[in-house]
Design a protein. Structure first.
Length: 279
């Protein structure tokens, strides 16, 4: 698919299983994960304890008003479809409430499966982009390898070295990034891992920039041109993206978009949902 200015965008729906389907999950993120009382969470919760807002049928009782209720952190979290994979495939549809270990094995597997699904999402994006064709063969091999890991049982998942798995995929993602970003005209900024907390980048020309792992908390990116920018791992919490153009941005995850501020003028790729709080 081609967007404005010739920048390619991600194909919609090529891997719907990598998007969270809460209706097919046993509310794992509402139980397995710990959170501390803060601006993101209204109260403390220990890992393995069900959230007080978890209702019957593993549904969130305040889903439609999470932000107003002090649970902004819940609106940012994205399991990349790991929750339903564990619930329906790894554990064969067995509810953690009925497990002899109280769900401990399922809860321990959630962060592992989430990271594997995140890698699959990045590899799928590479394969979906014609402008990364030079990396497609290796991306296909890596996708098949990681896919096989997601089919491991609980013990196999627990034994995985996730740092090694990420290290195995990262060179391919870097190569794909270089291929895509080379289409951006002119000089491409390299702000990889940069501390840009609160940075004044209104209207900045960041097309094709390397912003991998950049800390952009509270940065002013209003009307910035972020087309074809690599945003993998960039921290966009409270970044102001009003009027910014992120069409064709690389490896931009839903969680990053949800954590930022935007408006009706913010442009994002078709594979991403526009957050309800962007007005």
């Amino acid at each position: 698919m081609v967007g404005d200015g010739g920048d390619s965008q991600r194909t919609v729906g090529s891997r719907p299983d990598l998007r969270a389907d809460c209706g097919s999950c046993f509310g794992l993120c509402c139980v397995a994960l710990a959170f501390a009382r803060s601006a993101d969470f209204a109260r403390d919760k220990r890992a393995g304890d069900p959230c007080g807002n978890l209702a019957e049928g593993h549904r969130c009782g305040i889903h439609t008003r999470l932000r107003e209720s002090g649970y902004r952190g819940c609106t940012v979290y994205d399991c990349f479809g790991a929750g339903q994979k564990l619930s329906q495939v790894t554990f064969g549809g067995r509810d953690w409430r009925d497990a002899a270990d109280g769900g401990a094995a399922m809860f321990a597997a959630l962060p592992v499966m989430r990271q594997l699904h995140e890698l699959l999402a990045y590899l799928t994006e590479v394969l979906d982009r014609p402008d990364a064709a030079g990396a497609h063969a290796e991306a296909g091999r890596q996708r098949d390898r990681v896919e096989a890991l997601t089919r491991l049982g609980p013990d196999g998942l627990a034994a995985l070295d996730l740092d090694s798995e990420r290290a195995a995929v990262n060179p391919l993602l870097l190569r794909a990034s270089a291929l895509v970003r080379s289409q951006a005209p002119g000089r491409r900024a390299n702000r990889r891992g940069a501390d840009l907390v609160g940075a004044r980048l209104k209207g900045a020309g960041l097309r094709g920039a390397d912003l991998r792992g950049a800390v952009l908390i509270g940065a002013d990116l209003r009307a910035a041109d972020l087309r074809l920018a690599d945003l993998i791992g960039a921290d966009l919490r409270d970044a102001d993206l009003r009027g910014a153009d992120l069409t064709g941005a690389l490896f931009l995850a839903q969680a990053q978009v949800n954590a930022a501020r935007g408006d009706t003028g913010t442009r994002i790729g078709p594979a991403l949902d526009r957050p309800a709080h962007w007005r």
